[in-house]
Design a protein around this ligand. Structure first.
Ligand SMILES: NC(=O)c1ccc[n+]([C@@H]2O[C@H](COP(=O)([O-])OP(=O)(O)OC[C@H]3O[C@@H](n4cnc5c(N)ncnc54)[C@H](OP(=O)(O)O)[C@@H]3O)[C@@H](O)[C@H]2O)c1
Length: 389
């Protein structure tokens, strides 16, 4: 029986994890949950899973949840201290870090610092502070278990093949909803179109990241830290069918790949049950029905975000945190129709150009750089109704 804390329980990943916990009640017990303000769903989750501790974003939300759950028995806390309490709950063996964005950084770091195994969905934490988090994990002897399907695939391949003769890892990506869209048409795509991912059903932010291919860029940085790789050893390949979740290449030219149906439930379950594998309800992959698997290079002209991520990772220090923060704000602005789709990469590039890179020695320094970028963009686009960029 694994005792699990979930950060971001009301999100796409969090809900799928709880559905798996409900299907396997002998394997998992939920000890703590955190979300922002989706109180209806959170109240349902508390009634169903009976966690000891629950956190929401504000004291007002906590009061509202308390009155809804009158007598349900969970301690309800709020704000950043609440999130940290959930992440470090003394009974938790494993923390599923599935809050979206930079909000996941401090609780992920706190979970690692507290010696918890971490199933990591929140890639933004590793993008901004990968060196600090992986160093802390090494110090505490903590395992970071990838939830991202690509990193789960690489993790599973490396379990078999090891790292001694590794030449490269190849992250696959579907190419998103605009894979075949001409460059001139990208200016006018709407949030609705960008959210319609051809293969995966996900939260809004990662759906937009998939449409700009920034998601692949963030994953390059995530892979670098998770697997201790040089950036030259990480490649990206577009694979529209999303069946080969990623590959590793050895020095003799052999490739190992992990294949599976397009369902995040599988990598989530593997991260939760590692090192075991659990028989489950997911349909088997029918390769004959899939028929063909195709691959193509990234078009860096239409999708410059992958290149920006490599550049930020090469610059090091605060640069990846700047990339991440500018992207997070730009995605929010696009979703509110305040800027066009093509302004997302533009704002990221401008933020990187303006920022004098500094070394990072602490999470606070990472958050300071993140805050500077947010403040600068907020000053420029303060209102979501501001003129289009
Ligand atoms: N979705 C996928 O298939 C997928 C795949 C790979 C990786 N990931 C990664 O997993 C993470 C989560 O993605 P998602 O798609 O599940 O996102 P999502 O559906 O938008 O859910 C985000 C979750 O975070 C919570 N949250 C947001 N801000 C918070 C705050 N300040 N304090 C506490 N909780 C907060 C939300 O609570 P409320 O609901 O109350 O707002 C919600 O539970 C992201 O880093 C993403 O890149 C996702």
């Amino acid at each position: 029986m694994k005792r699990i804390a979930i950060l971001g329980s009301t999100g796409s990943i969090g809900k799928q994890a709880l559905a798996l916990a409900a299907r396997h009640p002998d394997c998992f017990r939920i000890v703590s949950l955190a979300a922002r303000d989706n109180l209806d769903l959170l109240a349902e989750q508390v009634r169903a899973f009976r966690p000891a501790l629950v956190s929401v974003a504000t004291a007002e939300a906590a009061a509202a949840l308390r009155s809804r759950l009158d007598g349900a028995g969970a301690e309800i806390v709020s704000g950043e201290p609440g999130l940290l309490q959930v992440a470090t709950h003394p009974e938790a063996d494993l923390v599923l870090s599935a809050v979206v964005g930079t909000a996941g950084l401090l609780p992920t770091f706190a979970a690692v610092h507290a010696g918890k195994a971490v199933a990591l969905a929140n890639k933004e934490a590793l993008v901004s502070a990968g060196e600090l988090i992986t160093a802390e994990a090494a110090r505490r002897g903590v395992r970071l278990l990838p939830v991202d399907s690509e990193h789960s695939a690489i993790f599973q391949c490396l379990e078999r093949g090891g790292t001694t003769s590794l030449r490269s890892v190849i992250l696959t990506g579907s190419g998103g909803p605009f894979r075949t869209r001409p460059k001139a048409d990208l200016e006018s795509v709407t949030p609705g179109e960008a959210l319609r991912h051809p293969r995966w059903s996900m939260g809004k932010k990662i759906s937009i990241d998939s449409a700009t291919l920034m998601n692949k860029g963030l994953e390059v940085i995530e892979a670098r830290w998770l697997f201790g790789l040089s950036l030259d050893a990480i490649r990206v390949l577009i694979h529209p069918e999303s069946i080969v979740h990623s590959l590793v290449e050895y020095v003799d030219g052999s490739l190992l790949a992990q294949l599976g149906i397009t369902d995040m439930g599988l990598p989530i379950l593997y991260a939760l049950t590692y090192p075991e594998r659990l028989p489950n309800h997911f349909p088997a992959l029918d390769l004959a029905r899939v028929g063909s698997l195709t691959f193509e290079e990234v078009d860096h002209d239409r999708f410059p975000c992958v290149g920006y991520a490599y550049a930020a990772a090469r610059a090091g220090g605060t640069a990846p945190a700047v990339l991440n923060a500018a992207n997070e704000v730009a995605v929010g602005l696009f979703l509110r129709d305040a800027i066009p789709f093509t302004a997302i990469p533009r704002l990221v590039a401008e933020a990187l150009d303006r920022h004098p890179v500094r070394p990072v020695r602490s999470v606070e320094e990472v958050l300071a750089a993140d805050g500077e970028v947010r403040a600068a963009l907020l000053a420029r686009y303060g209102s979501p109704l501001a003129a289009r960029a």
